[in-house]
Design a protein around this ligand. Structure first.
Ligand SMILES: Nc1ncnc2c1ncn2[C@@H]1O[C@H](COP(=O)(O)OP(=O)(O)O)[C@@H](O)[C@H]1O
Ligand SMILES: [Mg+2]
Length: 278
């Protein structure tokens, strides 16, 4: 793996954060897109990896249409610079497409070619945010397992609580992940958010060897739903509504923590783990 080297701290480390959930429709794509927009506005360089093949729609959120994805990269049809698209100030998008399901089954030449390509991204970004498909399918789990931080989105829906617990459990048992951050979406207020968090956290601590960290909440906000319907990012269309304030607050938390997180594996480690050459 010629392209794999430690940068000796000269290049910037990219913090990789996957945003995931036990079931769909909990707000992953909406939150990731707005969070990326906010971090970009704050001068952070962000790469969004759209890893949800079934509902890959980060591009739609940003009003662009991506024509190529990781699959084109794997088969050598495209270069990384053709596949990565700028979607907002300081924000680039890397669409996974069907390539997301192929990553683990590459032959050694394909792996090397992919790593050489993605190594070009090292040092370019402060954050890589990964939008995953919901659930516990193997081809979702490995994206989470390779990230520095896994952010699980919870909603007050009772099935969201049990599905999130199952997700945390398999990631812990199969991939030995024991730190998770949790964001509560669709809640009335912080009180409800903390109640949801506590419920999952209590069970997780009783039955699993994991630590859950509460990252905050985004309130149920009709403005946000309307923004999505009209293909707008809420931070652009209505920056002063409750969900926008909450997303900005989350962005501040994420970027504040990012600076002190030095032990993380970064973007290179992420890709090496993904294709199994770490
Ligand atoms: N806090 C919120 N308040 C109101 N609607 C929300 C909120 N978060 C997400 N939504 C809406 O929920 C729907 C599903 O969100 P989406 O981001 O596509 O979920 P996922 O990516 O998890 O499947 C979208 O219509 C979105 O606008
Ligand atoms: Mg989605």
């Amino acid at each position: 793996m010629g392209a794999y080297y430690y940068d000796g701290g000269l290049r910037k480390r990219t913090k990789t954060i996957s945003i995931t959930s036990g079931k769909g429709g909990v707000g992953k794509t909406t939150l990731i897109s707005n969070l990326a927009l906010y971090l970009g506005k704050m001068g952070k360089r962000v790469l969004v990896l759209d890893g949800d093949l079934g509902m890959s729609n980060v591009d739609i959120m940003f009003g662009v249409r991506s024509r190529s994805n990781i699959y084109n990269l794997i088969i050598g049809e495209r270069e990384i610079s053709d596949v990565v698209t700028n979607v907002a100030d300081n924000v680039d998008l890397l669409p996974g497409g069907s390539g997301i399901y192929e990553l683990q089954d590459l032959d050694v030449y394909q792996k090397k070619a992919l790593i050489d390509q993605v190594d070009e991204l090292a040092g370019e970004y402060d954050y890589m945010l990964i939008d995953t498909a919901p659930g516990i399918a193997e081809n979702v789990l490995y994206l989470n397992a390779a990230a520095d931080e896994i952010m699980v989105i919870l909603t007050p829906d009772p099935s969201s609580l049990t599905d999130s617990y199952s997700l945390i459990k398999v990631l812990n048992e199969r991939y030995r992940v024991n730190n998770f951050s949790v964001l509560c979406n669709f809640v009335k207020d912080e009180k409800e958010a903390l109640r949801c968090f506590q419920r999952v956290s209590d069970v997780a601590m009783d039955y699993l060897n994991v630590r859950l960290q509460y990252k905050g909440f985004v309130p149920l906000d009709q403005n946000l739903r309307n923004a999505t319907k009209s293909q707008q990012l809420i931070l652009n269309s209505n920056p002063r509504c409750p969900s926008s304030f909450a997303i900005k607050h989350l962005g501040e938390k994420v970027s504040g923590l990012g600076q002190i997180q030095e032990a993380s594996g970064g973007i290179q480690m992420f890709w090496h783990q993904i294709v199994g050459v770490a």
